[in-house]
Design a protein around this ligand. Structure first.
Ligand code: NAP
Length: 227
């Protein structure tokens, strides 16, 4: 039976490229997107399944969980990819509180909520891979006032990666954070140094880790990086 992988924000950018690479492996890919038309088109182009998911909506998260349970009976891998960077050019002291709230909700709280939904199922089936798509902008040594809420959200995502990994230790559920590098997407911009293929390959590496692989780490291109 094919392993089932769900990817958030898979209608474009790194999420779509991860879905494309996973589709070439022996995985049943579930593309999710908050825009149903774009998500369905992306899924159709890959021969993947589709379900709408706005990661910030509790109802939407529950609906995708119900869909996975009813349709597949299991989830083998969760890629928390959806993310936003709204605060470029604004410092922590002068950006709107709504920016802070929405960034933390989308980039940190939503991945945690999805992990809490799906990880008990993974622990029970003694198999699971959770990949939190993070950024070295959230490394402690790199914290500064450029894109401050984005940095804080990734710092929080990295912290929860470690704690979630500890929560499932010994259950063959591996939870890791991955930085794709600076990638040419809408977020990364056209001047970024890396292609989509290069960026997504480190995510696919973490999804496909064998039993006994690293748990609770932070990686770039399969190599451990500092928190
Ligand atoms: P992107 O091209 O801007 O794509 C972001 C994706 O997230 C889109 O599919 C977007 O959907 C989705 N999204 C945002 N809010 C959402 C929500 N509430 N519910 C569901 N989906 C939502 O960005 P990207 O470069 O591919 O980034 C993907 C991940 O990589 C992010 O976590 C980002 O922080 C991380 N990352 C990127 C880089 C880089 O250089 N590109 C570097 C380090 C880390 P819509 O189309 O509906 O907006």
């Amino acid at each position: 039976m094919k392993k089932v992988v769900l990817i958030t924000g898979a209608n474009r950018g790194l999420g779509l490229e991860t879905a494309r690479q996973m589709s070439k492996l022996d995985y049943q890919v579930i593309v999710t997107s908050r825009d149903p038309a774009k998500g369905q088109a992306a899924a159709d182009s890959l021969g993947a399944s589709f379900h709408p998911l706005d990661v910030t909506s509790p109802d939407s998260r529950q609906a995708v969980f119900d869909y996975v349970l009813a349709g597949f009976g299991r989830l083998d891998a969760l890629v928390n990819n959806a993310g936003i960077m709204l605060d470029e050019g604004r410092g922590l002291l002068d950006l709107p509180e709504e920016t802070l709230r929405l960034t933390l909700e989308t980039n940190a709280f939503a991945p945690l909520a999805l992990a809490r939904l799906f990880m008990p199922m993974m622990a029970a089936q003694n198999y699971g891979r959770v990949v939190n798509v993070s950024s070295r902008m959230g490394q402690i040594a790199h914290l500064n006032d450029y894109a401050p809420t984005y940095r804080l959200s990734k710092l929080l995502l990295n912290g929860m990666t470690r704690i979630l990994a500890d929560a499932v230790r010994g259950k063959n559920v591996l939870v890791n954070a991955v930085c794709p590098g600076w990638v040419r997407t809408d977020m990364g911009g056209s001047g970024a140094s890396r292609s989509l293929e290069q960026g997504a390959s480190g995510i696919v590496w973490a999804v496909t880790l064998p039993e006994g692989g690293p748990n609770g780490g932070f990686f770039h291109d399969g190599r451990r990086v500092a928190w």
